[in-house]
Ligand binder design. Structure first.
Ligand code: SAH
Length: 477
């Protein structure tokens, strides 16, 4: 291949490389042969892996497990020799694998392999092995392998599952498409920069639409992108992404993927640093905090920023605390982007009410006592308690009311609710920073909660939850 971009010297990465415990390499085994000594299930797993890589796999064993027998029936690549492995069997083998218990067996095997010049792996004995198998993430032709150099294989497997969940399965189709388009792109005889640009556009498209099956239109767009001053300009959109209540573990997979492919991330004050850290390292991070009573970015500033970056062809993630569609003024941003002709994608998030209920381990609904959940904000444009709330609904003894932005007006809200007929002894909880490490909550009744909250100096962000669904909850503050 003439255009191996990765082979160009890169001072930044080569100079800073720390000591490697093992070198990951990717073997092409199609058409080669490998030998395995041992007929156990563990040997069968390795045989399956090697056969999947296209190797002619010769298993030497006097006792053969059912799994191995089944494997020979299923694939034409696994061959069983019912005898002990000998020196001559190593001849021409690319790799050798042994499954042994005793030191003597291992030594004898290693000596034979060495004599034949074949590198070997002893199953579950990393110290005695020339090479090890990693935990695999397979999106062939895209393959990822994880090694802990034998330190903690179970940890490696856990990481594998973690990466598996983050990596859309559809990437295999993009990797396959890259393989089939590569000759066509090579044939164009583009210079280094142009080739690089084409593959950059490819990577952007794959990462922003991983579940789409790539087709010829993507190839055309890649080539068309060459003639645009800003690659992929037409495909940009703004993702309004729910950042959840604080704990980064509560992000959706979609949110993480969007963050991982963003060029620019605009975030509110409420978004936890751990969530912003999930963004691609190179992404530009812009705080557009709208703080209740402190100096802040205006909604107009935010909208102009979104439009500016979108028109420059950058992938934008607009992170909003909790769910973007609950008290997030998302409607204004959606409308403005719509008017500017910029497509919007919405990725929902866990709203703080859900996180609060989870922390309190309380169901917000109950068959007899809490038939309805209502979410309100206790903060009007002028900073006061809104006057146009449906007070009858809020005084309903069979409803659970969740109050967003309600710290400052809590006393006024409690007074008004009681005046509208809500029982002053109705259970009420205030929860500050639900799902953050420094979360606290306070349990009381609606008439007593305002004073208790003030005494405990509860600060925003905090939610007030009111209703019979909360009764009998013990204070843990
Ligand atoms: N879209 C957000 C709400 C934004 S309004 C969501 O779905 O949660 C901002 C208000 O949300 C805060 O004043 C507070 O009342 C509430 N809030 C946000 N995060 C919170 C958290 N971690 N704990 C408690 N309340 C929170």
């Amino acid at each position: 291949m003439s255009e191996d971009i990765a082979r160009r010297p890169d001072k930044l990465t080569s100079a800073g490389l720390d000591e490697l415990s093992v070198l990951p390499v990717f073997f092409k085994l199609a058409g080669k042969s490998v030998v395995i000594a041992g007929g156990s299930d563990a040997a069968a797993w390795k045989a399956e892996l090697l056969a999947a890589s296209g190797a002619q796999t010769y298993v030497f064993a006097t006792n053969v497990s059912d799994k191995l027998k089944e494997l020979t029936r299923r694939t034409g690549l696994v061959h069983i020799e019912h005898r002990q492995l000998q020196v001559r069997d190593f001849e021409g083998a690319a790799l050798a694998i042994g499954d042994f218990e005793t030191v003597e067996e291992i030594d004898a095997f290693r000596q034979m392999a060495r004599k034949a010049g074949v590198i070997c792996n002893i199953i579950d004995k990393p110290k005695q092995s020339d090479f090890q198998f990693g935990s695999l993430i397979e999106r062939s032709p895209l393959v990822i392998a994880i090694s802990t150099d034998g330190a903690a294989p179970v940890f490696g497997q856990a990481l594998r599952i973690w990466i598996e969940t983050l990596l859309p399965d559809g990437l295999r189709h993009w990797a396959k498409a890259a393989k089939s388009w590569r000759p066509k792109i090579t044939a164009l005889n583009l210079d280094f920069h142009a080739r690089r640009k084409v593959w950059e556009i490819f990577a952007r498209r794959a990462l922003s639409h991983p579940e789409k099956k790539p087709d010829e239109s993507d190839l055309e767009a890649m080539l068309a992108g060459l003639h645009q001053s800003n690659a992929d300009k037409n495909t940009t959109h703004v993702a309004l992404v729910g950042a959840g209540p604080g704990d980064p573990e509560l992000l959706t997979l979609k949110a993480v993927r969007a963050l991982q492919s963003a060029d620019v991330v605009l975030f509110d004050d409420l978004v936890a640093p751990g969530v912003i850290n999930m963004a691609r390292r190179e992404a530009q991070r812009i705080s557009v905090g709208k703080r209740g009573y402190k100096p802040s970015c205006t909604q107009e500033d935010i909208i102009s920023l979104l439009i500016e970056h979108a028109q420059a062809g950058r992938r934008i993630v607009r992170l909003k605390g909790g769910d973007p569609l609950i008290f997030g003024r998302a409607g204004e941003e959606i409308e403005a982007l719509h008017r500017a002709g910029i497509p919007v994608e919405i990725i929902p998030g866990v709203t703080s009410a859900s996180a609060a209920a989870a922390s309190l381990k309380r169901s917000l609904t109950e068959r007899e006592t809490a038939r309805r959940v209502q979410m309100i904000t206790a903060h009007a444009r002028n900073g006061q308690l809104p006057d146009d709330l449906d007070w009858r609904a809020l005084a309903d003894p069979k409803a659970t009311t969740i109050v967003y932005m309600g710290v400052r007006t809590l006393q006024a809200l409690a007074n008004r609710l009681c005046a509208e007929g809500l029982d002053p002894n109705t259970p009420a909880i205030i929860i500050e920073r639900a799902s953050w490490p420094n979360e606290r909550h306070l349990t009381s009744t609606i008439s007593k909660l305002p004073q208790a909250a003030e005494a405990a100096a509860i600060q925003a962000p905090a939610l007030v939850i009111i209703g019979q669904a909360l009764r009998d909850h013990k204070s843990e503050l």
